[in-house]
Structures are given as structure tokens and as C-alpha cells.
Write a protein that binds this ligand. Structure first.
Ligand SMILES: NC(=O)c1ccc[n+]([C@@H]2O[C@H](COP(=O)([O-])OP(=O)(O)OC[C@H]3O[C@@H](n4cnc5c(N)ncnc54)[C@H](O)[C@@H]3O)[C@@H](O)[C@H]2O)c1
Ligand SMILES: OCCc1c[nH]c2ccccc12
Length: 296
């Protein structure tokens, strides 16, 4: 079926590559708790549906145990490899990153990923451990196994430690980001260093954190642009040059999310959501790892 939507735009990264600004995630809603080798056909079909609708950027991780489904769906989709943008992440086998990427590639049935991320900094007991893991990602990139390399869930101190010895500046930091968790200081740091931002949990204000101070304004904007509130939230991230990672098992919702590529919020609207959002703080992921006092 032809993609009836506007193609998803791409953002240029500091290494010269481009990343599609809307991604289909296989973590939340999809990650496996059982045997990794037991294929979840519903996930394979959902990924193929996403690709058919026009998603090209797919987000995985070794810890989700969904790499085999991504590999199958990519193959069965019939879409040429180079038309897709595949992200995966390492954390389970962080002690053997070179083994981990090879294992991930085998499950993905790919020769390379577009983006390889350290899933979180919480494995490291020292700056040296962060620096050593990053040096290994640099080796992975030099070997051609990942076009771009980056990090996820890093805060400013983790980035500072990494940058002290890095030869390659991380291309991106994938973080929880939405109006109730704006990471202002971290985003300023990203800008200063040419690190792009990607947002997971972009729909949190409507899925997990209702009621909240942006509810009324979000409803008004959804009406104005004839989209859903979720699409306004996706657009709010995209309008700030932030890559939005979402997901759904419902084809209609996946199709609707693509409307985020068809309109733009005005600078005043972006600022209004920002300011109203700052009135509330909410974190949906990794709460046991981040300090309660850390709102950065
Ligand atoms: N790096 C990390 O640590 C990390 C953490 C979390 C997620 N991720 C990635 O990001 C992806 C997306 O994360 P997410 O699921 O939190 O994103 P999200 O905030 O976009 O939420 C998506 C969920 O919201 C539901 N939803 C959409 N519209 C809704 C509505 N109107 N009402 C109620 N529910 C609605 C969807 O069905 C889906 O389950 C994951 O699959 C994963 O790939 C990464
Ligand atoms: O990236 C999503 C958050 C996450 C961290 N570890 C996990 C294990 C299973 C599923 C999700 C996660």
C-alpha cells in the first residue's frame, strides 16, 4: 500500500548522517519477558504495518529481546535495507560491547545498524568505565558495524566524563522527554556540543500524567490543527529538532501519528506548551536510577 502521508522528515546529525524524526519503538508495549527465540508474530506484523505506512526508523535494544522480530519484519517487508534506519542499544552485555553488537546484528539479520546506543550510564561505577565503553563504541563505528553512535539516559555529568576522552562526539542522546520532563539544562549542553536529542515517552502527558497543566491547551491545539493531542505532543518535540520515538499495536494510531509530519506549531504555541509544562514534573521511566531531586 502506498504511503498516503507526507514522508517523515530527517534531522542531520553531527557525523553527517540523517535520522528520521519519527520512530517506531519496540520497547514499551512490545518487549519480551520470556524466551527471546520465541517469535512474537504480532510484533513482526506490527513492524511490517509501520513500514508499510511509511515509518523507516525502527528502535530496538538487546534488552527488549525484540531484535529477532525486527530482523524478520525488515526481511519480510521487502523494503531495501538502505531505505530503513535501524537503532539498537547495548546494556545487558555492556562488559563485551563488541560481542554484543555482533550478536545484535545476527538477530537483526543485518551487516550494520544506523545507530548504536549505550542504553544507560547506570552500569558505570566510575568515569573510567563510561570512557572505556565509549571508546569501544568508537571501535564499533570504525569497524563499520554502526554508522552512528550515541548514548541514552545520559545526564550532563555522564556526557562530561565521556567527552573528556572521546574522539567522536556522541551523535545523539535518547532520553525521556515531554512537557513534564524538559531537561532544559541537558538540552542546552547537547546544543553546545552538537549532540542531537531523541525523545522516548513523548506522549506521557496524555498516557500517564493526566490531569495536568497542559491538558486544556493541548485540546485546543488538537482542535485547531484537526489532529489528536498525541500528534500535537509529537509535533512539539519535532518542532524543537527532537526525534520522537513512539509506538502502538494499533494500525490506526500508527497511521494517525504520521500526521505529526503534516503541520507545524507556531513559536508562540511551542513556548506556551513549554511554560505550562514546566508547572508539573513527571518521570515515567528509570525512576529507581534517577535521583528524586534530579529534574535536569
Ligand atoms: N532508551 C530508553 O531507556 C527508552 C525508554 C522507554 C522507551 N524507549 C523507546 O521509546 C519507545 C516509545 O516509548 P513510549 O511507549 O513510552 O512512547 P509514547 O509516550 O509515545 O507512548 C506510546 C504508548 O502510548 C499509547 N497511546 C497513544 N495514544 C494514546 C492515547 N490517546 N491514549 C492512551 N494511550 C495512548 C500507545 O498505544 C503506546 O502504548 C519504546 O517502544 C522504546 O523503543 C526507550
Ligand atoms: O528502554 C526502555 C526501558 C527499559 C530498560 N530496560 C528494559 C527492559 C525491558 C523493557 C524495557 C526496558
Amino acid at each position: 500500500m502506498a504511503n498516503i502521508h507526507t514522508p517523515i522528515p530527517a534531522l542531520k546529525l553531527n557525523d553527517g548522517t540523517s535520522i528520521p524524526v519519527l520512530s517506531y519503538g519496540t520497547g514499551t508495549a512490545w518487549y519480551k519477558t520470556g524466551e527471546e527465540s520465541k517469535i512474537d508474530r504480532a510484533l513482526v506484523e506490527s513492524i511490517k504495518t509501520a513500514i508499510k505506512l511509511g515509518y523507516t526508523h525502527l528502535d530496538g535494544a538487546e534488552v527488549y529481546k525484540t531484535e529477532p522480530e525486527l530482523g524478520l519484519a525488515i526481511k519480510e517487508s521487502g523494503v531495501p535495507r538502505e531505505k530503513l534506519y535501524i537503532t539498537t542499544k547495548v546494556i545487558v552485555n555492556i562488559a563485551d560491547i563488541e560481542g554484543a553488537i555482533k550478536n545484535s546484528l545476527k538477530k537483526l539479520q543485518l551487516d550494520y545498524v544506523d545507530l548504536y546506543l549505550i542504553h544507560s550510564p547506570f552500569f558505570a561505577k566510575s568515569d573510567a568505565e563510561l570512557q572505556s565503553a565509549w571508546a569501544t563504541l568508537e571501535k564499533v563505528q570504525a569497524a563499520g558495524l554502526a554508522k552512528s553512535i550515541g548514548v541514552s539516559n545520559y545526564l550532563v555529568p555522564h556526557l562530561e566524563a565521556t567527552l573528556k576522552t572521546a574522539k567522536v562526539v556522541p551523535a545523539i542522546n535518547q532520553i525521556e522527554f515531554h512537557p513534564y520532563l524538559q531537561h532544559t539544562e541537558l538540552l542546552n549542553f547537547h546544543k553546545q556540543h552538537g549532540i542531537a536529542t531523541s525523545a522516548y515517552g513523548p506522549l506521557t502527558p496524555i498516557t500517564k500524567a493526566k490531569p495536568g497543566p497542559i491538558d486544556g491547551y493541548l485540546a485546543a491545539l488538537a482542535k485547531k490543527y484537526a489532529v489528536s493531542e498525541g500528534e500535537v505532543l509529537l509535533r512539539w518535540a519535532i518542532d524543537q529538532d527532537i526525534v520522537a520515538i513512539t509506538t502502538s499495536s494499533k494500525e490506526q494510531r500508527l497511521s494517525d501519528y504520521l500526521r505529526a509530519a503534516t503541520f507545524k506549531l507556531t513559536p508562540v504555541e511551542i513556548k506556551e506548551i513549554k511554560e505550562k509544562g514546566e508547572e508539573k514534573h513527571f518521570r515515567g521511566f528509570w525512576n529507581d536510577k534517577f535521583e528524586e531531586s534530579d529534574r535536569s
